[in-house]
Write a protein that binds this ligand. Structure first.
Ligand code: CP
Length: 308
């Protein structure tokens, strides 16, 4: 495998920007190899702790399955019953777990930058993985999304990718923009009603026209409407949104005939995407879920192999 910034420079996986294009391709290819070969690297007795301060199904379970298939011990840290309820700070939780031999801490938290802060105060043997920090980043999701795209498309840089929906609140969209910038994807279109467009897009062109945004698209990524993150200026008429932006088999007619339809999940069926599209021939949504295990396995392997 090619020389890698991930191997040489960092002990943690916190954002896409820390990677080089070579890192990304090596990790994507490794995850695809693990999936095809059904080969599980072995890290018996190494310990992974899932610390999810926000709810999760896909990310938490796929980290657990990836680690268990590699023979690791998995702790699903129960925050509500932990000593944080008695006032302990999260950095002391991390240090306490690290003192008991945790090797990998997978952290999801509402505070932006919190996994980075934990990585800074972590002892040297501990690897921190960002499983989503506020609205800032969700780098392992962007990795598994590009793994899925690479399974269908021979080249990534020539693609037209459209991300549709609640971009302003989407950490997935931020990490996808960073990924497109890193890999020099030619056409990235960010599609949303004005109030939901990002104030400072990382990369890509913005439009409020769904038709303009997804015409000739190779990949359409629908985002969840994240009601829980709305502030007063983010409220729009949701029925109007569904009429204008919901991904349907009709709206997809202007995309490429072999368009891939993706969604990071969880899905609001009928809100941002029609149920028949979720289950239709263009949908790669369940493949994304499956790939989450293999991509996270490749990431854990890389961190443990390089720094053990
Ligand atoms: N895509 C994603 O992060 O899903 P979960 O919230 O279920 O982990």
């Amino acid at each position: 495998m090619a020389a890698s910034a991930l191997r040489d420079a960092v002990n943690h996986f916190l954002n896409i920007q820390q990677l080089t294009p070579i890192d990304v391709h090596a990790l994507l290819e490794r995850a695809i190899f693990l999936k095809k070969s059904q080969f599980f690297p072995v890290f018996e007795q190494r310990v992974l702790a899932n610390l999810f301060y926000e709810n999760s199904t896909r990310t938490r379970v796929s980290f657990e399955l990836a680690a268990k298939r590699m023979g690791m011990i998995v702790i699903n840290f129960d925050i509500a019953r932990s000593s944080e309820s008695k006032g302990e700070e999260i950095r002391d939780t991390i240090k306490t777990l690290a003192s008991m031999g945790i090797d990998v801490a997978v952290i999801r938290h509402v505070d932006e930058g919190l996994p980075h802060a934990m990585a800074e105060c972590a002892p040297a043997h501990l690897h921190v993985i960002n499983a989503g920090d506020g609205t800032q980043a969700h780098p392992t999701q962007a990795m598994l999304d590009f793994m899925t795209i690479l399974e269908h498309k021979s080249t990534l840089s020539d693609l037209k990718i459209a991300i549709v929906g609640n971009l302003k609140h989407s950490r997935v969209a931020n990490s996808l923009q960073s990924m497109c910038q890193l890999l020099k994807v030619k056409h990235l279109t960010l599609v949303a009603p004005e109030p939901w467009l990002p104030t400072y897009p990382v990369y890509g062109e913005m439009t409020s026209s769904l038709k303009e945004g997804i015409t000739d698209a190779d990949v359409v990524i629908a985002l969840r409407v994240q009601r829980e993150r709305f502030s007063s200026e983010d409220h729009i008429d949701l029925l109007q949104y569904q009429r204008d932006y919901r991904i349907s088999s009709t709206s997809l007619l202007c995309a490429k005939p072999d368009v891939m339809v993706m969604h990071p999940g969880p899905i609001n069926r009928g809100v941002e995407i029609e149920s028949d599209v979720v289950e239709g021939p263009h949908s790669c949504i369940w493949q994304q879920v499956q790939n989450g295990i293999w991509m996270r396995m490749a990431l854990i392997e890389r961190l443990l192999t390089n720094f053990s």
